[in-house]
Design a protein around this ligand. Structure first.
Ligand code: ZN
Length: 362
């Protein structure tokens, strides 16, 4: 550095300046951390520092020496600044180096996998059921889980004296403003069927709708009952729909879901909102109608309820039963998943034990 050479030149033969120069350079050299660099900066370049001291003393010297002292002061200032800056850079680099060494990463180590969430078996079952109906031209419509009595019972042709309306079976909400008309009672829907009424009320036929969702009943929880469960509701309304369409549709569905080799049968049954009504059975997976312990000797397993939509239901939504006919069906998702996968306790679905849930993923 030519400045240093010049400084040495000037201080040659002048002990006081030589000492000043050497002291300054030694102080900087001795710095080991950022704190000592700051201290050195203050002691050399500060208001009361070495360089300021030189300028202060200039008037005390003979006139002819003053320019040289001025030059010495300016050069010392410049050199000290450069040296301090480079010292600080060195120290910062060393600190960074040390930090990085502490964070040593072995890039050859295998990565740690993050466990991914998977679909729950009930959701998988719902998707499977829904996709079959989508392939038949149905569309998915969801309805509210908090319902009015009107949609859950009344408009589904379930009269006020029907036992399903009992407080023992249904979760009712307490209202601050008690209603005079029981149709305005608020409840948790006991089935997905109210979606039928809501859709028909707002849409003109033709309708081919599938509606999966949760339903609620005041059941004691055991191997085959739960207060919350899943249903898939489906219905079709069009001109000229017959029981034959219902049977054909559900037979196609059951065979797609459970296997082409299965047989399907319809047994007469009763539901308030369909007439005639039936329950649908599929041939037992274990014995193929011969009768065994799985089917309790019956040879068949019940998979859902169905029927032709009662003309009374049409009257609630303003459809002319002479013009339109329709069928409806509903199935329990848990029941279907249990049959398909040989699960004997419904509670397993809700306990979220991953050892159970994992079995359904391949
Ligand atoms: Zn059987």
């Amino acid at each position: 550095m030519k400045e240093i050479e010049r400084l040495k030149d000037i201080s040659k033969g002048r002990d006081d300046l030589e000492q000043l120069l050497n002291n300054t350079l030694d102080i900087i050299k001795a710095c080991e951390d950022l704190e000592s660099v700051t201290k050195a900066r203050i002691s050399i370049l500060g208001k009361k520092g070495t360089v300021a001291g030189i300028f202060k003393k200039i008037p005390e010297f003979p006139y002819k020496d003053r320019p040289l002292l001025g030059e010495f002061g300016n050069l010392l200032k410049k050199v000290a600044e450069q040296e301090l800056d480079s010292k600080e850079k060195q120290i910062r680099a060393a600190i960074r180096e040390k930090k990085l060494a502490g964070l040593a990463i072995d890039v050859t180590l295998p990565g740690r996998g993050k466990p991914l969430g998977r679909r729950h078996i009930l959701n998988m079952t719902i998707r499977e059921i829904v996709s079959i109906f989508l392939s038949l031209g149905y569309r998915v419509i969801h309805g509210p889980e908090v319902e009015l009595d009107y949609y859950n019972f009344e408009a589904l042709n379930t009269p006020t004296y029907h036992p399903a309306r009992s407080l023992q079976d249904t979760f009712y909400f307490k209202r601050d403003d008690p209603v005079k008309d029981s149709r305005d009672d608020v409840l948790l829907r006991t089935h997905t069927s109210p979606v039928q009424v809501r859709v028909m009320e707002s849409t003109k036929p033709p309708l081919y709708v599938i509606s999966p969702g949760k339903a609620y009943r005041r059941d004691e929880i055991d191997a085959t009952h739960s207060a919350v469960f899943h249903q898939v509701e489906g219905f079709a309304v069009d001109r000229g729909i017959t029981m034959g369409d219902l049977k054909g549709t559900l037979e196609v569905f059951a065979k797609k879901l459970f296997g082409e080799e299965k047989s399907v049968r319809f047994r007469p049954h009763f539901f308030p909102f369909t007439e005639p009504s039936a329950e649908v059975d599929v041939s037992c997976f274990a014995c193929d109608t011969a009768g065994c312990s799985l089917c309790k000797g019956v040879g068949w397993l019940e998979i859902m309820g169905c029927g032709m939509i009662d003309p009374n239901v049409f009257s609630y939504v303003g459809y002319d039963p002479e013009e339109y006919q329709g069928f409806a069906f509903g199935m329990g998702v848990e029941r279907i998943a249990m049959m398909k996968h040989g699960i004997d306790d419904m509670r397993l679905f809700y306990e979220n034990d991953v050892r159970f849930l994992r079995q359904f993923h391949v």
